[in-house]
Design a protein around this ligand. Structure first.
Ligand SMILES: NCc1[nH]cc(CCC(=O)O)c1CC(=O)O
Length: 307
């Protein structure tokens, strides 16, 4: 009998859903696996916006520590929460096929306010990427902080006097809590790796690496690695409104990346296309173009504002 693979997970409904998916995939391949729920700092303080906490990997570091201490064997993460610099000794061993990548607006009554330029709508999100893109499109709106897991955020929206709140569609759809009052924001460019799930393990754990290899979805792994290379090249250690999305169409990777100022008054978008076989470098390339087009000045301004 195989050893039982210990799967570390956060305790939110979405995290447990994602961990159970990985457990089912491993079990279907003949492995034994069990869930080990672990609290993350990002789930304990639900008031402070994440960009103010400023810690890279706030959702992932408790699981990373548990893996390095050999209390769990693998960890399941929303890929967009994973820092581009992994702790020494850990590796991303599989990227699961991507779900819905888009952002979703959940509204209270109707979406008429989107077409009424005289109305100051109240929109809730704690994501600086969503804030910046929203303000670029709707500069007259008022934004409010909204933290917590998907379920707490939906409850908070119901109890506050806000017009709408922004979520990752994948988060709501996976656990079946997408309200009827919701619309996909097709114009909003998602966070790098949004909608994708990654499974990490110890680099020296050959057994888990082999068990996870068949779970890797090549196309999702390629697209998210391009998006994360864009992020890594732009990110000088500060929290910045950076978006990126890559997908494969007719054997080609189509990429779009964006860097925005905090209030959305400046925005640089870069696009790239390349055949799948040679697309590995287009995320880094695109980021260098953003920097050359004035992105370095936007990043410097954000760094000064956050210092
Ligand atoms: N930052 C929190 C987070 N991390 C992953 C998801 C949703 C699932 C995903 O994007 O893969 C969410 C919630 C949200 O952004 O609304």
């Amino acid at each position: 009998m195989d050893k039982v693979i210990r799967i570390g997970t956060r305790e939110s409904q979405l995290a447990l859903w994602q961990a159970n998916l990985v457990k089912d995939l491993l079990t279907a391949n003949g492995h034994s696996a069990e869930l080990v729920p672990i609290k993350s700092d990002g789930d304990i303080d639900l008031i402070t916006p994440l960009y103010e906490i400023g810690v890279q990997g706030i959702f992932t570091k408790s699981l990373d520590a548990a893996m390095l201490a050999n209390r769990i064997d693998i960890a399941v993460h929303s890929f967009k929460d994973v820092p581009t610099q992994l702790p020494k000794g850990l590796m991303n061993a599989a990227v699961i096929e991507r779900g819905n990548v888009k952002d979703l607006l959940v509204y209270k009554n109707d979406t008429d306010f989107l077409n009424d330029t005289a109305y100051t709508a109240n929109i809730a999100t704690s994501s600086i990427r969503r804030k910046a893109q929203w303000l670029r499109r709707y500069p007259q709106h008022q934004l409010h902080n909204l933290r917590g897991n998907v379920n707490t955020r939906l409850q908070k929206l119901a109890s506050e006097n806000w017009d709408a709140a922004i979520f990752a569609a994948a988060g709501l759809e996976r656990i079946n809590v997408r309200p009827a009052n919701s619309v996909i924001l097709n114009w909003m460019l998602p966070a790098p790796a949004q909608g994708a799930i990654v499974v990490a393990c110890r680099e020296n754990d050959g057994f888990c690496r082999e068990a996870l290899a068949p779970l890797n979805h090549t196309e999702t792994a390629l697209c998210t690695s391009i998006e994360r290379a864009f992020l890594r090249t732009l990110l000088g250690g500060c929290t910045t409104p950076i978006s990126a999305y890559a997908y494969v169409s007719d054997g080609r990777v189509v990429f779009e990346g964006n860097l925005c100022s905090l209030n959305g008054d400046r925005s640089i978008t870069v696009t790239r296309q390349a055949p799948v076989e040679t697309a590995g470098g287009i995320g880094k390339d695109a980021a260098e173009e953003v920097l050359a087009k004035g992105g370095d000045i936007i990043i410097e301004a954000i760094r000064n504002a956050q210092a």
